[in-house]
Design a protein around this ligand. Structure first.
Ligand code: ATP
Ligand code: MG
Length: 199
């Protein structure tokens, strides 16, 4: 199975410098005192893969995600990289069907696939946010299409955030049904049906 190998955070939220966090196949536990930045690691994952809005990342605006803890007060740039181990995908038959270009063919010798998102604030206060796959710029839609190839479905319930369990318990049955449909994969078909109806 494709899995996350490491997450690199640079000037993201409480991570003032650049920190690389290794993820092991199977199960990785991050422990630490309250407020030490455990949830910020998950926020970094959602940020990098374009899976949440700034509110979903517990920030008012995207620029608020840039660390205040940096020595350089003028630093107005943050990035997060998520590196996947794709060796299992590359050895699957499925990959042979989808690998079409010379460049993709070169991937066969690589077992890593890296997504980066950079956030930059200009002097005027406006900001830019850019996505990259293996250092090449891409759009968030292209990124999500690529993730689909690895059977990582951005619309899916991939990350259970702090407080989610409590909110699932206090949901009414209709709201809970939405989550079950998502988990069962039915929601994806409903979305496609609705999209077709619209066009
Ligand atoms: P808990 O065990 O309570 O869930 P946690 O380890 O999950 O804690 P986080 O929520 O990841 O903690 O981190 C919260 C900390 O991140 C707060 O101290 C907050 O000040 C800090 N933080 C958030 N955004 C920034 C930022 N832009 N710059 C610096 N620090 C930030
Ligand atoms: Mg937390």
């Amino acid at each position: 199975m494709v899995h996350i190998k490491r997450i690199e955070l640079s000037h993201f939220k409480s991570f003032g410098g650049t920190t690389s966090i290794p993820f092991l196949p199977g199960f990785t536990v991050v422990s630490g005192p309250n407020g030490s930045g455990k949830s910020n690691i998950l926020d970094a994952l959602l940020f990098c893969l374009g899976l949440a809005t700034s509110k979903g990342l517990r920030a008012e605006r995207l620029p608020d995600l840039i660390s205040h803890n940096t020595n350089n007060r003028n630093n107005r740039e943050a990035y997060v990289s998520v590196t996947f181990d794709i060796s299992d995908y590359l050895s699957s038959e499925e990959s042979l069907k989808t690998i079409e270009t010379e460049e993709e063919n070169n991937l066969i010798n690589k077992t890593e696939w890296k997504v980066t998102r950079r956030l930059r604030v200009t002097k005027g206060g406006s900001y830019s946010s850019n996505y990259y796959i293996n250092e090449r710029p891409c759009t968030v839609n292209e990124l999500h299409e690529e993730l689909n190839r690895f059977r990582i479905y951005p619309e899916g319930y991939n990350v259970v955030l702090q407080g989610d369990v409590t909110s699932i318990i206090s949901m009414n049955s209709k709201e809970r049904r939405v989550i079950i449909d998502e988990l069962a994969g039915v929601a994806e078909f409903d979305r496609k049906i609705n999209k077709t109806k619209e066009t």
